[in-house]
Design a protein. Sequence first.
Length: 420
Amino acid sequence: MPSEPVENLLPRLESRREYFDYLDRWTVGTVDSLRAHVSPYALVKAFVLETSSRAGGRDAVAALQEAGQLAEPVDKDLFAVQSPVESDAWALVDVQDPRFPALYTVLDSEVATGRVNDLVHGSSTLDRVWIASAMFRELWQMVVAAYPDHRFSQMVFEHESVYERAFEQTAAVDDEDQEPTAEDDEAPLHAERRRARIQITERIGKLKRALPRMRDDYDPLESLVRLRIPAPSRGGHDVAFDGRIVNRGDSLTSFQQTVAAVTAIYRRSTERAELAAWPSGPEAATGEASHQSLSVGLPLLIKLNEELPLPTFERWVASFRHKRNRFRLWGNPISMGPGKVHLYAVDNHLWQPIDLEITRRHLYAQLPLGTCGNTIHRLVTNVQRFVDPKITAYIGRDRYESFISGPTPAPPPGSQARGE
């Protein structure tokens, strides 16, 4: 963690209520202040994380401590998170859901994102949640059902072919295969590649009518990376692909309910994916993986919409040799001929072995017993964002989307049904 002084550390308070009352004061006037660009406060942010099982249990506090942080209990489920080089806490972590804890902070966005990056890389049992476009579409259906057509939402679509270059003679595999920070690096001036970032703020009624036609015409619109869920009165809560949720409304209670709704959808889809991908049998009860179980279980197949150019494919494959790459999968690719490799990879999240076959048309992953479902979401999210926006994914014979759709959590109280 950086040792430089930072603003917006949290005071020492005695209870959960005092801490969240304190954060609630930061939201007062948020919408008007943002419009006038005069807000004296940083925005309240939540980072939904994923804690994997170790010795049959999940312990987010131990994972934070493994990453070098101090965690002081406020109550049995809330902890103040502090860097050893600072006198005050920089975040609160709510572990009511032991698998998907929510970390709340008011640090500047870039500083907060950098610290969460350090946490993830500092603990083998801690990861972000990875919200793929299919999951955003489920959240969008929740918005359409819960809010009237005249309310506004915001969507951000982003796709960047980071492994593509137009000028092969000057391009090389460089640091751009490293995991991005809060804002991804600009490409070198000599490198040209496909990059699309489209932000749309519009009434819900117009968006729901226009989006299907727009996606048919321009495939980067398949890669949805951020969605604003309206607050009950004004403003909203921005949900990003990496589990970061930012409060741009006047209600902290509504913000917490949005965090809970996103977590519920993510938990449901992750557990369904794991039930499908993991083999059944006595080992499944313990979650213990072994090399003998590698060939058992249903595979993940991600089919690309278009065949990758060979140089692009080779740069993508080469990125897996870097330990801190975007996919958090590390290994030495074995060539099986032009445009095809086999990769005995290690997932940096749990140090689980994963077999991968990567070609110019697909990625095929054999997931061993005990593989975290979060790995599936991470693969789908990053392939769609950085390789091909219009993918088709399967777990076994079933479409990836089928593990996400289902009963939707109730919308935040105070939202209005359509047409009211």
